[in-house]
Ligand binder design. Structure first.
Ligand code: NAI
Length: 246
């Protein structure tokens, strides 16, 4: 039970990859703060954990809003007294070709994926600096490194998350806080469920391991980065993509 006594705050934790990360951390003893904009789903997820004896609570917040994030961290600190692990997983897509991309599509994706990650790192840094320890994992994407036609906003946001990860790692390292990113490839979730069968097949042709990833594939890598085994790893991007990028 490597995370016994530790509190993990997971944004976008109600479903998909975030929920799988919550599962992995809870299975090693962590207490969970499940954060999402989907109140009902977040509450059902937290309730399912509690039924299994895991200490878990749902919190509703939009990570893109600094005011929401400040309130959120206040609520989580009031409830659990500390935040040892922050997983910045909340993310959205609004795909379009650059020529057709609307300003709102660009702004929405940058606001949630990039600014949301910044807002949460900023809010978490205060209690973590005080505690002189902490672990932050940001969920990036293979397309933040490779680019992807139709995803200018999303790929830019995820490339930004990688730059932000490295800067935060440098700023926080001297106080015992590690900051890393996990860059998933093609993972089967609600987000990719929107893809056409054709797009799905096209993705799989570039995956050497020849299968889509599961949320658990990503969650295990996150668990590793939060564990004692990864104590000397910071500022890194761990690719969990079946070999798509090498
Ligand atoms: P998902 O759509 O199933 O889950 C995302 C969760 O984030 C949802 O519960 C949603 O309500 C929540 N969320 C969205 N906006 C929010 C906001 N403003 N504040 C708080 N919560 C918010 O997506 P999935 O696939 O589980 O993605 C999780 C992360 O993994 C995202 O950052 C995504 O970009 C990243 N990712 C996913 C890949 C995939 O193939 N599914 C590949 C690479 C990265």
């Amino acid at each position: 039970m490597g995370f016994a006594g530790k509190t993990a705050l997971i944004t976008g934790g109600a479903r998909g990859i975030g929920r799988a990360i919550a599962e992995e951390l809870a299975s090693a003893g962590a207490t969970l703060a499940i954060v999402d904009v989907l109140q009902d789903v977040a509450e059902a997820t937290a309730a399912a954990f509690r039924e299994r004896g895991v200490e878990a609570a749902a919190f509703v917040a939009n990570v893109a809003s600094p005011a929401d994030v400040d309130r959120l961290f206040g609520e989580v600190m009031a409830r659990f007294g500390k935040i040892d692990i922050l997983i910045n997983n909340a993310g959205i897509t609004r795909d379009n070709l650059i020529m057709r991309m609307k300003e709102e599509e660009w702004d929405a994706v940058i606001a949630v994926n990039l600014k949301g990650t910044f807002n949460c790192i900023k809010a978490a840094s205060r209690p973590m600096l005080k505690a002189r320890s902490g672990c932050i994992v940001n969920i990036a994407s293979v397309v933040g490194v490779m680019g992807n036609a139709g995803q200018a906003n999303y790929s830019a946001s995820k490339a930004g998350v990688i730059g932000l990860t490295k800067t935060a790692a440098k700023e926080l390292a001297s106080r015992g806080i590690t900051v890393n990113a996990v860059a998933p490839g093609y993972i089967e979730t609600d987000m990719t469920g929107k893809l056409s069968e054709e797009a799905r097949k096209a993705f799989l042709t570039v995956v050497p391991l020849a299968r889509p990833g599961t949320p658990q594939d990503v969650a295990r890598a996150v668990r590793f980065l939060c564990s004692e085994d990864a104590a000397y790893i910071t500022g890194q991007v761990l690719h969990v993509d079946g070999g798509m990028l090498m």
